[in-house]
Design a protein around this ligand. Structure first.
Ligand code: IDP
Ligand code: MG
Length: 139
C-alpha cells in the first residue's frame, strides 16, 4: 500500500553536509519526496512536534537541539513508507543501529541521531499536517 510518512533531516546532519546522502538513500529505497522544506524551527514549534515526549527527561534538550539550526522536513511517499523509513533510519541510539542504516552512518549519539521518521499512520498524519497543513494523506 502506498502511504506517506514524515521525515526530518535533523540539524546535526545538516551541519555534517549529508542532506544529499540522506535524500539519496530515501530515493534509492523507493521513498519519493513529495514535499520538502529547509527550515529552522523555533523552539515552540519543536515542542509542539515532540509533545508526546513532554514528560521525558530529555524533552527540553531535544527541543533546544531541534531548534538549534536548519533542518530539512520532508514528506516521503511509497509502498509501506512508514516502516520502510524506520528500517532505513535504524535504532534511536546510533551505537545500536544496524550497519548500513542512516543513524549508523551519520548519528552522533542517542539525541543527535541525524533523522526523524513517523512511527505509525496516526503519527504520520499528525506530523505531516503539522509541517504541511492542507496536504492530504494517502493510504
Ligand atoms: P525515534 O526518533 O527513534 O522515534 P523517540 O523515542 O521517539 O525515538 O525519541 C525522539 C527523539 O528524542 C530521538 O530521535 C532522539 O533525538 C531523542 N531521544 C530519544 N531518547 C533519548 C534519550 O534517552 N536521551 C536523549 N535524547 C533522546
Ligand atoms: Mg519517535
Amino acid at each position: 500500500m502506498s502511504e506517506r510518512t514524515l521525515a526530518i533531516i535533523k540539524p546535526d546532519a545538516v551541519n555534517k553536509h549529508v542532506i544529499g546522502d540522506i535524500v539519496s538513500r530515501y530515493e534509492k529505497a523507493g521513498l519519493k519526496p513529495v514535499a520538502m522544506r529547509l527550515m529552522q524551527m523555533g523552539k515552540p514549534v519543536a515542542e509542539g512536534f515532540y509533545a508526546v515526549h513532554k514528560a521525558r527527561p530529555f524533552f527540553d534538550s531535544l527541543c533546544t537541539f531541534m531548534s538549534s539550526g536548519p533542518s530539512v522536513v520532508l514528506v516521503l511517499q511509497g509502498e509501506n513508507a512508514i516502516k520502510k523509513n524506520r528500517e532505513l533510519m535504524g535504532a534511536t541510539d546510533p551505537a545500536k543501529a544496524e550497519k548500513g542504516t542512516i543513524r549508523a552512518a551519520h548519528g552522533t549519539n542517542i539525541e543527535y541521531n541525524a533523522v526523524h521518521g513517523s512511527d505509525s499512520p496516526e503519527t504520520a498524519k499528525f506530523e505531516i499536517t503539522y509541517f504541511f497543513p492542507g496536504m492530504d494523506i494517502i493510504g
